[in-house]
Design a protein around this ligand. Structure first.
Ligand SMILES: [Zn+2]
Length: 332
């Protein structure tokens, strides 16, 4: 049995820099026809020159593969209208991180409220630049996303023409909120459709499953599955694939991030098939994102075949999600 996916897209992807970029970028460009590249590099991507250079580095790392890196800019509250107008054609979105909430987000925004963000968000609204948000507060780790929902609501209401993407949602509260406003959308990762906190810390600690936002409760996972498997038009696939070297994961002070890019489509096919929803996978991994962002993706077809695939124990020095496990779909 074969499954063809037209222009699969990964709308939340960390490709990192330098040697790591060279290892992971070709793994994404093999499976996907494009991805939204996150700007939390060191230093973060905050200028047009950085956007252009980072894109060049990505294109050189993927070595001629058919893949569009859709670029994003690291949100700063003091970009002016002229700057945004000038950079608009080089980027697909601007990514807002609350300060210090995840990897390389120290330069993020410390007070997220309608009044202080008004000039920037009005400009983005007018220029039709979508806003992607890592929506977590600095509260108790299990409650951070749910506590952020009122901020999503306030922003969606105050800037109705601004497309706001709730990145990597993990809770039933977020799954409900995304349907409340026309201008709210969300990405859902692979790992949050597979795991709960029990898989991370219920037995021996599993550092390769440790990520931000942290995996939540079974009922949260169910709510995400309900949106994804039914290809709800408000959600799209964004892996949040976030590679770290093994030494940074298997360590005291384990870095947050799950590396899923090379196995994402295979594992999604397995999941959608298990729930008899394979017919919805095209929408979840491509069509919904095309509609939400108004993309014209490459005409690339990725074919999966029902064949055993043993997930490698590592890709160079990065351990993938489901390492050494058996999946029943492979990319041909
Ligand atoms: Zn991320």
């Amino acid at each position: 049995m074969k499954l063809q996916l037209t222009s699969p897209l990964d709308m939340h992807l960390h490709l990192r820099q330098d040697d790591m970029l060279k290892v992971v970028a070709p793994l994404s460009s093999k499976s996907f026809s494009g991805g939204l590249i996150m700007p939390n590099t060191t230093p973060p991507i905050t200028t047009k020159e950085q956007v252009i250079n980072y894109k060049k580095e990505i294109l050189s790392a993927i070595n001629g593969d058919e893949f569009i890196p859709y670029m994003s800019l690291f949100f700063k509250n003091d970009y002016d209208y002229e700057f945004l107008k000038d950079i608009k054609d080089e980027i697909l979105s601007i990514k807002l991180y609350p300060a210090g909430i995840t990897t390389n987000s120290e330069g993020g925004v410390s007070s997220i409220d309608v009044d202080s963000l008004k000039p920037m968000l009005e400009a983005m609204s007018e220029l039709e630049i979508p806003l992607c948000i890592h929506g977590e507060t600095d509260g108790f780790v299990m409650d951070r996303e749910a506590e952020f929902i009122p901020i999503y609501r306030a922003l969606a209401k105050a800037f109705p023409k601004l497309k706001i993407i709730m990145e990597h949602i993990t809770t039933k509260e977020a799954a409900l909120a995304v349907e409340e406003f026309e201008n709210l959308f969300a990405t859902i990762t692979l790992h949050h459709l597979y795991i709960t906190l029990d898989d991370v810390a219920g037995g021996l600690l599993q550092p390769h499953l440790f990520c931000k936002p942290i995996a939540k409760r079974p009922e949260d996972k169910e709510a995400l599955l309900n949106l994804a498997l039914n290809a709800n038009c408000k959600v799209m696939f964004g892996s949040d694939s976030a590679p770290h070297p093994r030494s940074a994961k298997e360590a005291p002070g384990c870095a947050a991030g799950v590396f899923t890019a090379p196995i994402a489509l295979q594992a999604l096919a397995e999941l959608f098939e298990r729930y008899d929803k394979l017919h919805n996978l095209q929408k979840f991994v491509s069509d919904n994102a095309v509609d939400i962002y108004g993309l014209k993706p490459l005409d690339k077809v990725v074919t999966l075949q029902k064949d055993e695939f043993i997930v490698p124990s590592s890709y160079e020095n990065v351990v993938p999600f489901m390492a050494n496990q058996k999946l029943s779909w492979t990319i041909i």
